[in-house]
Design a protein around this ligand. Structure first.
Ligand code: BGC
Length: 761
């Protein structure tokens, strides 16, 4: 846990440069716009510890897998979001000395991320080995208004000398991924050009053959006036193009380099037009200029914040924490492109390959449903619909037949690209989350037509999978599900994981509802789906009903507990409080064997199921299970505490709820798990949002109505959040004096506040 960032309501602030924290800050201060993302690397050279990262949404590389024992059914590759061509570089040297903060003496270093406007700025004074001192002020953003534009304002002032500076302004596709399995470079050059004031490089990914064209134009000002460099040399080498300029730095005068970058990919342009289109985007950016571009960009942010801001009075650290989470989620996924999704690290690092996990459906969807237009959440669902055929093929690879779909655990394009058998083959609960997301989306938005258009086909395919994945146990006289891993990855290859069994039967039930809905809604579409999927309604549904009726669930009926899996009670049951500090985190300190045999739970499992299906269980059942499992949960997945926060809130365990909330709210800002340098925990940020809105705010949707049962943590004076809900914007403010509700836009509507009906006008 660290505490080096200053608390501020709207800004993340780092003062003083500590190279040990640099990679953490590079993650935390990342910026993006849904189309691209950029770690907070320095524009100038830096020879110290750094993880350079520029990312272009949807552009990935299928890196050949490294595994010890190859198992049939493994995918050939692990997809990786690519470290994309570097567009930020501005290298400076004066009298043959490089401006490099690892080599210069640095003073007054300040890095600031203004979340209100999506602007990253950095300033410092640096002294070169020969005593020359410069001051640098840089600002940059990835335009939210123009997804293909990035802009930098880089100002340098000579403080105690006048001399020539040699400045290289460039784009560079000769970049590597740190997580490359075979130290391979993933980019090949297709095209490059450099002319005065401009450079363009098109690079192609090996195997996937994505083209990314990265271009830059720049302008220079000295003391506010357009300046002409003394000399400009064009610089080109493999995958690299730029200009090297000589600029006279006069003592005390500010020289500003405005660098405009255009990043275009073949995902959105014909390959043959990429260079021409890149030039157009560059011209547009150059002609508008930094200030105008920034104005447009910050207007988009202002608009977004209107919809999604959460305010917390009385606790600046908490306020900063929640805004940081919202900021990252909003700049990672804008919902404009149904081919895109949300990687667990967003655009802030390479870990998890930038791929799609169940995190999207289980954690992120509620955030986007409630803070953005309906199409944003819908596009997340359509993404999986588009991958249905691949999910069916994935099922076939593992031996399932007749249109049964197993969605991948990790994917870029619908294909599975994860290979650890206990996860790839066994963490099949992801199928449940994908089915549940359809239900959750419809419950929230009322868009039942989604079932007719897309949802039913996905549900049929997932139900078919469950129907084949269970087997009849003549010993138990029940259906059982063997060899699975539940959300708690500290148990593998277990039998009858309560969560997974529950999800299987729930899906079978919900699919029946979907069938009857679509049959009524659109008969011809219904017949078309039946035909297309060769669905034998009578036989298949009869089988599903049998499974629902005779499914086995591990339980301890005397204590009213659902058991994580068969045999859970045979473990030595201990509480996390009995663990020594040196034992934590278990996944770094204990052997895997010891973890598997222990009772300790990585992340919510039974409790996750109770959170999803809360309405089916009595508060007493929730309480008994919470009291049993919470003390054994180590929360070594960032996705865990939010579920506990929501349940604890529901049970009136306010202090516990607050404690769980704190674990996620500032997870990256305080580097709670010592791993932020790899990237931020973007998907778990949606969990933080849920802890506040569904936990403290008690927000639920019942029978098409928003319901709230709020409480306020003692440490806060008030908090407020807004929800987009069925064409309205509703604002809820909770303080010690009570709860205010307001309809900010849209038609009047009834809501429930605790047990009272309230009419919002
Ligand atoms: C969690 C998974 C999650 C993945 C990506 C893992 O540590 O256990 O549930 O999908 O991280 O966030």
């Amino acid at each position: 846990m660290k505490n080096y960032l200053k608390h501020h309501e709207w800004r993340i602030i780092e003062e003083g440069f500590d190279p040990h924290y640099n990679k953490i800050s590079e993650s935390v201060f990342s910026i993006g716009n849904g189309r691209m993302g950029q770690r907070a690397n320095f524009e100038e050279e830096y020879s110290g510890e750094t993880l350079r990262g520029s990312y272009v949404a949807g552009v990935y590389y299928p890196d050949k897998t490294r595994v010890g024992w190859w198992k049939n059914g493994y995918p050939e590759y692990f997809a990786k979001v690519l470290n994309a061509p570097n567009w930020i570089g501005i290298h400076i040297s004066i009298d043959n000395q490089k401006l490099d903060l690892a080599k210069c003496k640095t003073e007054d270093f300040r890095r600031v991320l203004d979340m209100k406007t999506g602007l990253l700025s950095r300033s410092f004074a640096a002294t070169f080995p020969d005593g020359k001192k410069v001051r640098v002020d840089s600002r940059r953003f990835c335009s939210m208004a123009h997804g293909e534009i990035g802009a930098i304002r880089y100002a340098i002032t000579a403080l105690n000398f006048s001399a020539k500076a040699v400045i290289s302004v460039y784009v560079d596709a000769d970049v590597v991924n740190k997580d490359s399995n075979y130290d391979e470079k993933f980019w090949e050059e297709v095209y490059k050009e450099a002319s005065e004031g401009k450079a363009i490089v098109t690079a192609q990914t090996k195997k996937t053959l994505f083209h990314v064209t990265t271009g830059m134009r720049y302008a220079i000002e000295t003391d506010g006036k357009k300046a002409q460099p003394e000399r400009i040399n064009l610089e080109q080498r493999e995958k690299f193009a730029g200009n090297v300029i000589q600029l006279n730095l006069e003592e005390g005068k500010e020289n500003v380099i405005y660098k405009y970058a255009a990043i275009l990919s073949s995902e959105n342009h014909a390959k043959a037009s990429l260079v021409a289109n890149c030039s157009k985007v560059l011209d547009e950016a150059y002609n508008k200029g930094f200030e105008k571009l920034f104005e447009e960009h910050s207007n988009v942010w202002a608009h977004k914040w209107e919809a999604c801001d959460i305010t917390i009075e009385g606790d600046i650290a908490a306020q900063q924490g929640i805004r940081f989470n919202i900021f990252q989620l909003t700049q990672t996924y804008t919902g404009e492109d149904e081919r895109l999704n949300i990687g667990p690290k967003g655009f802030t690092g390479e870990k998890y390959g930038g791929s799609t996990y169940w995190d999207t459906e289980a954690y992120c969807l509620p955030f986007y449903m409630a803070t953005a237009e309906q199409k944003v959440a819908r596009n997340l669902l359509v993404y999986r619909y588009k991958h249905l055929q691949k999910a069916i093929e994935n099922g076939q690879k593992l031996g399932f037949t007749g249109g049964a779909a197993l969605y991948p655990m990790v994917t870029m394009n619908g294909e599975e690209c994860h290979n650890e058998w206990e996860i790839t083959f066994e963490e099949i609960h992801r199928n449940g989350a994908i089915a549940y997301a359809i239900f959750d989306y419809i419950r929230y938005t009322g868009d039942e037509k989604y079932l007719t258009e897309y949802g039913l086909e996905v549900l049929i395919a997932i139900s078919r999978f469950w129907a084949q994945r269970v087997n009849w146990s003549s010993h138990k006289n029940k259906y059982v599900m063997l060899g699975v891993t539940g959300p708690n990855e500290y148990e593998n290859n277990v039998n009858n994981n309560w969560y997974t069994n529950t999800f299987a039967t729930w899906t079978l039930e919900y699919t029946q509802h979907a069938l009857s809905f679509v049959k009524k809604d659109d008969e011809s579409r219904f017949s078309e789906i039946l035909k297309r999927t060769s669905f034998d309604e009578k036989t298949e549904v009869a089988k599903w009903k049998d499974i629902i009726e005779k499914m086995y669930y591990p339980e301890d009926t005397t204590r009213g507990l659902f058991l994580q899996q068969d045999g859970f009670l045979d473990k030595e049951l201990m509480s996390v409080s009995e663990l020594k500090k040196e034992d934590r985190p278990l996944n770094q300190k204990w052997s895997w064997d010891r973890i598997l045999r222990s009772c300790f739970i990585k992340q919510a499992d039974v409790l996750q199921g109770l959170y999803f299906f809360e309405d089916k269980y009595s508060p007493e059942t929730l309480r008994k299970n919470f009291d049993f499992y919470e003390p054994m949960t180590v929360h070594e997945s960032s996705l865990s505490p939010c579920v506990h926060a929501i349940l604890a809130s529901r049970l009136g365990y306010k202090q516990k709820a607050y404690e769980m909330y704190l674990r996620t709210a500032r997870l990256d800002l305080d580097d709670y798990n010592n791993d932020t340098e790899d990237g931020c925990h973007t998907t778990s940020m949606a969990g933080t949002w849920m802890s506040l809105v569904k936990g403290f705010g008690g927000m639920r949707v019942k029978d098409g109505k928003l319901c709230f049962s709020p409480f306020i943590p003692e440490q806060w004076k008030s908090y407020s959040f807004r929800l987009e809900f069925r064409g309205r914007v509703v604002k809820i403010k909770v303080s010690k004096d009570g709860t205010e509700t307001r309809l900010e836009s849209g038609d009047p509507m009834e809501i429930w506040l605790k047990d009272e009906k309230v009419m919002l006008k």
